[in-house]
Design a protein around this ligand. Structure first.
Ligand SMILES: [Mn+2]
Length: 258
């Protein structure tokens, strides 16, 4: 019998260097808090963890430290902001420094990772180029075994199969994929889509655009024989994240002065 599985899913964190990124780092720490709180068995980061590819220094060490807090298998794919160009931040990183549980999918052709202890497989591809010829779901595998069949993709959803958009993901592709759960990224608002037997979710960016909007992530509970249950887990408003990051930087300054 296939086991229940709790998945924590984020995307579009858009981490950046420097003081103006402090609220984003506070948001990512809250995402990791939620992975632990909900005792997730699997943590998925569906692209644009970083805002751009020139990231260096402290933010990289911050990500290692945060991912080291997570004990469950953690899978990362790139998005259009941190895609696989030369010297891309994800390619420069060594996620082994966060622990053996962290895996980066860096294959443009797609890879299936097997997690026998979770009764799950996870398919994903890295993004080489964000343009109309790139189809994030191209080459998805069919289910071959009685395991949770999970996919990851970073792109723009449209129910218009002819939409002239980069990295297009269509309703027909989602339905044909047969995934039990498809972890999407790119669109910053939380959204749940059902096509065929597949539930596809944009978790929402942890940091919202508007000051009073609430950032989010997704907590997904898969149980055999029933529809997946999704929780839109709130991360916080921009104002809350900014005041939290100010408090943290004051605490660091006090500690340094002391
Ligand atoms: Mn994106």
């Amino acid at each position: 019998m296939i086991r229940p599985l709790t998945i924590a899913h984020t995307s579009d964190v858009h981490l950046i260097d420097g003081d103006e990124g402090a609220n984003v780092r506070a948001a990512f720490a809250r995402v990791v808090d939620a992975v632990l709180l909900h005792e997730a068995g699997l943590f998925l980061i569906a692209g644009d963890l970083f805002d751009h590819n020139r990231i260096c220094g402290d933010v990289i060490d911050f990500v290692y430290a945060q991912l080291a807090r997570v004990k469950c298998p953690t899978v990362i794919i790139s998005g259009n902001h941190d895609n696989s160009e030369q010297d891309a931040v994800l390619a420069r990183m060594d996620f082994g420094r966060a622990g053996a549980h962290v895996m980066l999918i860096d294959d443009a052709g797609g890879v299936v990772l097997e997690f026998p202890e979770l009764h799950a497989t996870v398919w994903g591809r890295c993004m080489e180029d964000h343009h109309p010829a790139h189809r994030p779901l191209a080459g998805f595998p069919s289910r071959t075994r009685d395991l949770w069949h999970i996919g990851m993709a970073h792109g723009f959803y449209s129910d218009d199969a002819n939409a002239d958009r980069s990295s297009l993901i269509t309703a027909a592709e989602i339905g044909a994929s047969g995934f039990d759960y498809l972890a999407l990224g790119h669109v910053h608002c939380h959204r749940q889509l059902r096509h065929g037997a597949t539930l596809a979710v944009y978790p929402g960016a942890p940091v919202p655009y508007g000051r009073d909007e609430t950032g989010s992530m997704a907590i997904v509970r898969l149980h055999p024989g029933v529809q997946p249950r999704i929780l839109e887990h709130p991360i916080g408003t921009r104002g809350e994240l900014e005041s939290e990051s100010r408090r943290d930087s004051q605490a660091v300054q006090v500690a340094a002065a002391g």
